[in-house]
Design a binder for this molecule. Structure first.
Ligand SMILES: [Zn+2]
Length: 479
């Protein structure tokens, strides 16, 4: 029975965020807990032995502290070495981690895995399509699989595809390898949602490439734009057994993507905050769901900014629900005061002092204490605005996030969430959805992002550049 090690590290980091990630920011699965987790419940138990190592996953944020990364990596490699002999390795990665003081963190992790297992073992990886790929990564792996949807509704299928390609590799004589084609283009996810053209058609065409002889899986990486690092790039990445066919597929996907470069635009109605609030005020339908895009924690934003709250208070807005703002001191103050209490609160800019904060009177409507201090939440009323405060960084993108607090997202006239494109649960109830181009660590003003380390002419792209797709094969690809 083949023994396949399973684990990895999965997060996305904006280099504009000052909120460094530490061990406590990660949800860590070790050993048997990994196999018992819903995230990995696609792994079969018969005919193959998954060997769980360590999987660390965090809500996107700022760079990972070097000591945190080093500790996770050392533990992972130790568990890997002790699990030998193995027949393969499956790594469940995101691809856009940035470790303070380090370049190409996933390249470092995956190359270290390769060094432990030696040249003969196949390594399969799954990625978020917002991850960044490098030659170092491609040179260390045999199999690659990435999401084909954004918003991501094919996480499980993507992970399973990587796993099944690994089983296919182990069960026969076929020897897959990876070819990639970097494309000099860097788009935010909000302009490349697969719900909208042209990404919709580009991604819908990928299965056709999978069916070509000698090709196993063809993927298109949007890359991650908010990390100012040299590797940031879009790319086509294809796994196959026939080098010529695999390279041709990768080059064709890259060429199609490049040809569509002028057509990417925001899906929802998008504009400055004041204009979006004017539209919300004039809306005859509800709930208007407004995305506060610059501070979206699921894109790497800090999630502690009070820009929209301040704007709604200034407009004396009635009937808005904001979910939520991360502010541990404000949550602690609400817990100290108790439900029903009135108190003065300073809200915002607790993690990023350069952000926006306000001081205002609030009434505590509800306290939620799941057991640990970082999980605490408070619901407060500020005039006509209901605000959710969270002790830790987190999104409010699922209906259950609201119902837990006795809130009804459908019943709000205006619901404000920190988000880019709306999540699969909120998008269907938005009536309409609006996106505000607010400030923050994941600011959508891509052309004006600090750009000291990314390769030139990628933001979003140089309109005058000539681009000839060139497939770069893994050093492991059998020629
Ligand atoms: Zn993503």
């Amino acid at each position: 029975m083949p023994r396949i090690a399973v684990g990895g590290i999965h997060t996305e980091c904006s280099t504009s965020s000052p909120a460094l990630m530490h061990e406590e920011d990660f949800h860590v699965l070790r050993g048997p807990d990994l196999l018992g987790a819903a995230y990995f419940d696609f792994l079969p138990r018969e005919g193959v032995e998954p060997v769980p190592l360590l999987h660390a996953r965090a809500v996107p944020g700022g760079p990972v502290a070097r000591a945190t990364y080093d500790a996770f990596k050392a533990e992972f490699l130790d568990r890997l070495a002790r699990a030998l002999p193995l027949d393969g390795v499956y790594l469940a990665m995101h691809g856009a981690m940035h470790v303070a003081g380090m370049e190409d963190a996933e390249g470092d992790w995956i190359a270290a895995v390769r060094a432990v297992v030696g040249p003969d073992l196949p390594i399969a990886t799954s990625y978020d399509l917002h991850g960044n790929v490098t030659q170092r990564i491609v040179d260390a792996i045999d199999i690659f699989s990435a999401y084909r949807t954004a918003p991501h509704i094919d996480v499980r299928e993507t992970m399973r595809a990587a796993w099944e390609m690994l089983l296919r590799r182990l069960s026969g004589d076929e020897r897959p390898g990876v070819v990639w084609v970097p494309v000099p283009l860097l788009l935010p996810g909000e302009r490349s949602s697969t719900e909208d053209e042209p990404a919709r058609s580009l991604y819908a065409a990928l299965p056709e490439f999978d069916r070509r002889p000698g090709v196993w899986k063809a993927d298109l990486m949007i890359g991650y734009v908010w990390a100012d690092e040299p590797r940031a790039t879009a790319a086509a990445v294809v796994t196959g057994t026939d080098l010529t066919a695999t390279r041709a597929a990768a080059e064709e996907i890259a060429a199609r993507f490049w040809a569509a470069r002028d057509d990417f635009r925001f899906g929802p109605v998008t504009g400055p905050l004041a204009e979006m609030l004017d539209r919300a005020a004039a809306s005859a339908t509800a709930p208007v769901i407004l995305a506060d895009s610059g501070d979206n924690p699921t894109g790497g934003g800090v999630g502690d900014r009070a820009d929209v709250l301040a704007a709604l208070i200034a407009r004396d807005w009635k009937g808005a629900l904001i979910a939520g703002i991360t502010d541990a001191p404000a949550v602690a103050a609400c817990f100290a005061a108790g439900e029903g209490a009135d108190l003065a609160l300073r809200i915002g800019a607790t993690l990023d002092p350069a952000g926006v904060s306000i001081t205002t009177q609030a009434r505590v409507l509800r306290l939620d204490d799941p057991g640990t201090e970082p999980e605490r939440q408070a619901v407060v009323a500020i005039g006509g605005v209901t605000l959710v405060l969270a002790a830790r960084r987190r999104p409010y993108h699922g209906i259950a996030d609201f119902t837990r607090l006795g809130l009804d997202p459908k019943g709000a006239r205006l619901l404000v969430v920190k988000s880019g494109y709306l999540s699969p649960e909120l998008a269907p109830i938005a009536n309409p959805g609006l996106m505000a181009l607010t400030d923050g660590s994941v600011n959508q003003d891509i052309a004006n992002l600090p750009n000291h380390r990314r390769r030139l002419r990628r933001l979003p792209y140089d309109p005058d550049a000539a681009f000839a797709p060139k497939g770069l094969a893994s050093a492991r690809f059998i020629r």
